[in-house]
Design a protein around this ligand. Structure first.
Ligand code: TRP
Length: 345
């Protein structure tokens, strides 16, 4: 009995994690290193919530709902493949938790147009899309909606890639403003937890890996695809012969080695040889393929397993959504109370 009680107490004391992804395409190694590895590592220590952000995905895919719908199952397969345990982490679907929209509208009173415009994530995305005053509001205000994702379970920690850190900053800001305005201690100010210190570059050397940029290595890529991509990675364009001294900085082969190859001694030795013109690009890439393939093979194999369980994984996510919805109802009700919107007595 003592044991049971202890277990209960420990459960209750667990801090909460919330993070997630838009279901717009398959996950790549940038996602793995940026956020997914941390989620898998922390799924026991924390009470973990992973949101499949399908409403957010619609904000720039509203004319293509089929794509978003199809990619929900793909995302669930990727999660399973990486080792997220659906019995531990609460993987849920954003559109099944309507309380998020309610919390979003309450929070929107605390965010300004300027604040969103200056949000670095939004800024980059707007620049990429080349949009301005004709930007759909759904896209413009998604940072506040994302804040509602995080606050709907009052998360303490948000594991994200580096590009998403400003979103967590603005969550802290809105939570603080809400609490201060209504003199409550209700909304948590969550911390972000970044995986790799650098954004994982694309195979072409672009700063970010992305589907639309056609420069990504996907978790679902076959061994052959992985090999092809590794041998295509951007190295030093000025190095014509293997005997030419090469540049290691900005060289994607070495950036990936730094991220995937745990034998740092070997990596440093190769860098040194590369600088002196004592090693071929091909050798560096062959080694890279081997280390990456070793890390990605178990994921690839589990993904094949997951594909046969799509229905089951989706059912689990819908079930978890109910649990999240209950928690979010509690948060939304407390917010209503703070704003004098409670009419029950
Ligand atoms: N915007 C995130 C991305 O594009 C996905 C996301 C939605 C998210 N809601 C979240 C991430 C809440 C962390 C917390 O990757």
């Amino acid at each position: 009995m003592g044991y049971k009680l202890l277990e209960y107490v420990v459960m209750e004391n667990k801090k909460r994690i919330l993070t997630g992804d838009r279901p717009t395409g398959r996950l790549h190694i940038g996602h793995l290193l940026g956020s997914i590895n941390n989620r898998v590592r922390l799924q026991e220590e924390y009470e973990e919530f992973v949101i499949v952000a399908n409403i957010q995905a619609l904000s720039d895919n509203f004319d293509n709902p089929g794509k978003v719908r199809e990619n929900i199952e793909e995302l669930l397969c990727d999660y399973y493949a990486c080792g997220l345990d659906f019995n531990k982490a609460n993987v849920f679907i954003q559109s099944e938790v309507p309380e998020i929209h309610e919390i979003f509208i309450y929070l929107s009173n605390f965010a300004t147009v300027q604040q969103i415009q200056h949000n670095p994530t939004i800024k980059t995305e707007m620049a990429q899309k080349g949009i301005n005053l004709s930007t759909p509001l759904g896209f413009f205000f998604y940072p506040i909606h994302q804040t509602a994702d995080i606050l709907c379970v009052n998360a303490d920690l948000v594991p994200v890639g580096k590009d998403q850190v400003p979103m967590v900053e603005s969550t802290r800001d809105l939570a603080r403003k809400f609490n201060k305005t209504y003199k409550v201690n209700l909304l948590h100010e969550p911390d972000s937890l970044v995986g790799t210190e650098v954004n994982v570059p694309g195979i072409d050397g672009a700063e970010k890996m992305g589907k639309s940029l056609n420069n990504a290595i996907y978790l679902s890529d076959s061994e052959e695809e992985l090999r092809k991509k590794v041998f295509k990675v951007y190295t030093d364009p000025n190095r014509i012969h293997a005997t030419d001294p090469g540049k290691v900085e900005g060289n994607v082969a070495f950036m990936y080695h730094d991220l995937f190859n745990s034998n740092t001694e070997e990596v440093e030795k190769m860098k040194d040889m590369y600088r002196k013109g004592n090693i071929k690009d091909m050798e560096v890439k062959e080694k890279l393929f081997l280390v990456m393939n070793e890390k990605l093979t178990p994921i690839r194999e589990r993904r094949l397993e997951a594909e046969k369980m799509k229905g089951e994984l989706l059912a689990r996510a819908i079930e978890s959504s109910k649990k999240v919805s209950n928690i979010a109802r509690g948060v939304a009700d407390s917010m209503k109370e703070a704003m004098l919107l409670n009419f029950k007595n």
